[in-house]
Design a protein around this ligand. Structure first.
Ligand code: APR
Length: 388
């Protein structure tokens, strides 16, 4: 078994295969240090935590993860808080930086004898329509190389070799540009509030998400094409203060930004998530906008389903799990896409793509108002916000 990519999808899959005695190698383009330090997502849904618990992959998050169950909306009509951990199914998030989860998964995998080839870039998946696919790679020293296996798992993200190797017409693509751009910021500063903060402002969206006691992620909607370094730290904090309505709710805890990126909110789903002996999981299978923090959670869900199906096939000769893998994942993926898309509309309102007309403005205010006042709407929100 060859697994492309050592992100959450590839490493959950690798660990589960290793635990079941399936021989596998993980091929990763980046170096180990980079994989362990790349700050990305950080909100793990209750289902994700259960998957990790079920397979003994939760030691680090049990010790260092923080339970989280409240979000706060700040709007021109006043703020409101949703204690979503007490609504819907009563489930919460665990805040645990993705690089720490990836680090834990890697340590466990390697500690149990798992093989990861760092610095090796997959170039193409070949012969996927046969029972003996192979992966051509560029070794760390630039020389060509390759691996042959019964199956290949493409967990190498949106720009990886797995997606690139799919023959034209073999899968259908569902790309979507949501028309919104965020400046993603990691601040060396304690969280400014005890909730996820969503500020909906006529100047654009701003978001606040705790990562740890001294690191906080912020998002600031910006014009498409804005370079990540265009704004000074001072200007960013002033703009965050303005949109987060610091005058009414209290000032933000400032600190230096240690990472900036421009995030264009896009989705891109493939269907089916299989081409012969090649299976896709995580971002390689379906890119989802970060508006509801679903990406890493879907990646873990898919990795578990794929691992169980591969073990059933390879060790017990039962291919039914592999046959239904794509349809089962896509049911979850489309539900998550639908909710994330709804969130984009909620968070951007008048500054979003449809926001120009008075009609859309009024619809958006009504959407926020029903979330503020309707218990059944809040239960629906909570169920989809934490669920995958
Ligand atoms: N060859 C080998 N490795 C590759 C290649 C390649 N050609 N291309 C990419 N990779 C590696 C990347 O370096 C990365 O480590 O594949 C890995 C993919 O990991 P992620 O991008 O974390 O993707 P995934 O495991 O699907 O997790 C998706 O993580 O941060 C979030 O937004 C992301 O939430 C989504 C989740």
């Amino acid at each position: 078994m060859v697994v492309l990519g050592a992100g959450p999808a590839g490493l959950v899959l690798g660990n589960l295969l290793l635990d079941s005695g399936v021989d596998c190698v993980v091929v990763e383009r980046a170096e180990a240090a980079q994989v362990r330090t790349r700050a990305r997502a950080g909100f793990l849904a209750a289902h994700t935590v259960r998957v990790l618990q079920r397979h003994g992959l939760d030691e680090g998050l049990r010790r260092r993860g923080q339970e989280h169950g409240v979000c706060e909306f700040r709007t021109a009509d006043g703020g409101f808080r949703l204690d979503y951990g007490r609504l819907g199914r009563g489930e919460r998030h665990t805040v645990y930086p993705q690089q720490e989860l990836v680090g834990d998964l890697l340590t466990r995998f390697v500690g149990r004898g798992g093989r990861v080839r760092f610095g090796v870039e997959a170039v193409a998946v070949l012969d996927a329509d046969t029972g003996r696919p192979s992966v051509s790679v560029r070794e760390a020293d630039g020389r060509p190389g390759g691996f042959r296996a019964r199956y290949v798992a493409g967990c190498d993200g949106r720009h990886g070799a797995a997606r690139r190797s799919l023959p034209a017409g073999s899968v259908r693509r569902y790309p979507c540009d949501h028309g919104v751009t965020w400046l993603g910021l990691l601040a060396q500063a304690p969280p400014s509030m005890d909730a996820v903060g969503y500020a909906v402002h006529e100047r654009g969206f701003a978001g606040h998400m705790a990562r740890s006691s001294d690191v906080t992620r912020y998002y600031l909607q910006c014009e498409r094409g804005t370079p990540a370094g265009a704004w000074s730290q001072e200007r960013i904090w002033d703009e965050l203060d303005l949109r987060m309505r610091a005058k009414e709710h209290g000032p933000l805890e400032r600190g230096p930004f240690t990472q900036r990126s421009v995030v264009e909110l896009t989705s891109d789903v493939l269907e089916p998530l299989r081409h012969g002996s090649l299976f896709l999981a995580g971002d390689a299978a379906a890119l989802i906008s970060p508006s509801a923090a679903k990406g890493a959670n879907l990646a873990v869900l898919e990795a578990e389903l794929l691992a169980l199906a591969l073990v059933a096939d390879l060790l017990h000769g039962d291919p039914t799990g592999l046959d239904s893998y794509s349809a089962r994942c896509l049911a979850h993926i489309w539900r998550a896409q639908e909710f994330s898309h709804w969130m984009i509309g909620l968070l951007h309102g008048p500054s979003g793509r449809d926001g120009g007309s008075p009609f859309h403005h009024a619809l958006w205010r009504s959407r926020l108002d029903s979330l503020r006042t309707s218990r059944s709407r809040q239960d629906w929100f909570a169920e989809h916000y934490v669920g995958v």
